[in-house]
Design a protein around this ligand. Sequence first.
Ligand SMILES: C[S@@+](CC[C@H](N)C(=O)[O-])C[C@H]1O[C@@H](n2cnc3c(N)ncnc32)[C@H](O)[C@@H]1O
Length: 215
Amino acid sequence: MKDFVLDQPIAQYITDHTTRPDALLDALAAETRQATGDRAGMQISPTQGRLLTMLTELLAPSVAVEVGTFTGYSSICLARGLRGGHLHCFDLSAEWTAMAERYWREAGVADRITLTLGPAVETLAGFEATIDLTFIDADKPNYPAYYELIMARLRPGGLILVDNTLWTGHVADPSRTDPSTQTMRDFNDLVIEDPRVTTTILPIADGLTMIRKND
Ligand SMILES: C[S@@+](CC[C@H](N)C(=O)[O-])C[C@H]1O[C@@H](n2cnc3c(N)ncnc32)[C@H](O)[C@@H]1O
């Protein structure tokens, strides 16, 4: 994913001053482009990936959850930050996640990841462990459902990260009234009005929301 919100020179400057992805992540990004074409744009950016690894290292979750795995870029970034914890990945696509599973093995993180295929609302509804860290990056209309299901299982002090929340900047443009933009605005309003959390939006890539469940 490229940067949609920041001016390109600033976005490039940040990329240039963010620790580079390694050869494995570069190879995964290249293979994803080759195999999925334009859909490769769904992948998180290297800057986001670096942030996911650092936040995972800092939070040291026992249980991390990813909703929306695709070909595995963000899951590898999360899994690499784990220090003894486990990552549960939820996705619909056996085809795309087959590439993820191959790269998990190559990255040496396969033993710390469990993949569940199926609609993530159903998977989350049946998930019983207490969650420390979540990354949500799947179908946008279900974001409120994912948020509520995760909040019910998130420990106090736990973190939810949500991708695409600035929606190419359209959320802040009143002339944009299309349903996708409104869906994201409604989600952002739901979060800021929730007294259970403290939240902010980082303007990298397409907007990344950080939500901490209050103690
Ligand atoms: C934006 S991509 C995820 C990109 C990934 N985080 C990465 O960095 O490569 C969204 C993913 O959500 C999955 N998805 C869409 N709707 C879903 C649903 N209802 N339940 C589970 N997964 C879903 C898609 O199959 C797709 O792989």
